[in-house]
Design a protein around this ligand. Sequence first.
Ligand SMILES: CC(C)(COP(=O)(O)OP(=O)(O)OC[C@H]1O[C@@H](n2cnc3c(N)ncnc32)[C@H](O)[C@@H]1OP(=O)(O)O)[C@@H](O)C(=O)NCCC(=O)NCCS
Length: 173
Amino acid sequence: MIHTDKDMNFGILDRLRVEYHLRQIIQLDRNCFGGKRAWNKMQFLADLPGKWSLSLLAKQLNEVQGFAIASCFNSQFVHLHRIAVANDSQGRGVGKELIRAVEAAAKSNGLTAFTLECPCDLKVDDFYRSVGFRQASKEFTHEYLCLKKKVESAHLYLPIDGSSRRIFLKSLT
Ligand SMILES: CC(C)(COP(=O)(O)OP(=O)(O)OC[C@H]1O[C@@H](n2cnc3c(N)ncnc32)[C@H](O)[C@@H]1OP(=O)(O)O)[C@@H](O)C(=O)NCCC(=O)NCCS
């Protein structure tokens, strides 16, 4: 366990923990994202570089209250794929602590920058700003799309205003 406070535990979400808590994780994800955007079992269990040491689980007693799924796409960047906090636990600092814990894990793995993508309609920009992210510049967005081999999807991200997805960036140095 990385950190324990009075009633919430934050620990690395490795593959075994995903398997053990899968039913609760999928239910929480559905509650947060609704049917169309909900992830399936394969998405939660997919192997990605660094995923099993960079992802985090928040639990209260034995109930899953939140998770953050992250991986690294090269030796510099940790990338947040998913973050969700149970409806009843939102607004209590759980999301902030999940981000902080991913950052701590990333730093201890020598990673120096943190990226994420956010669909514009989710309206969570203020959350990401409050935990130190800023919206990526046009230049960085292009660099990111090249690194992630997503240049053919650039129309979804550029121009920055009016795009359907935004990239956020935070330096960890
Ligand atoms: C977004 C989410 C992870 C935030 O988790 P949380 O535990 O509720 O957030 P916290 O309590 O740690 O809040 C941290 C800060 O962000 C702010 N914040 C949290 N959610 C916010 C939102 N939806 N919009 C604006 N600000 C928000 C809080 O006011 C707080 O600000 P403060 O530090 O100035 O007080 C959570 O609301 C959630 O799971 N939402 C549904 C899933 C989702 O949209 N995920 C993001 C996909 S891109």
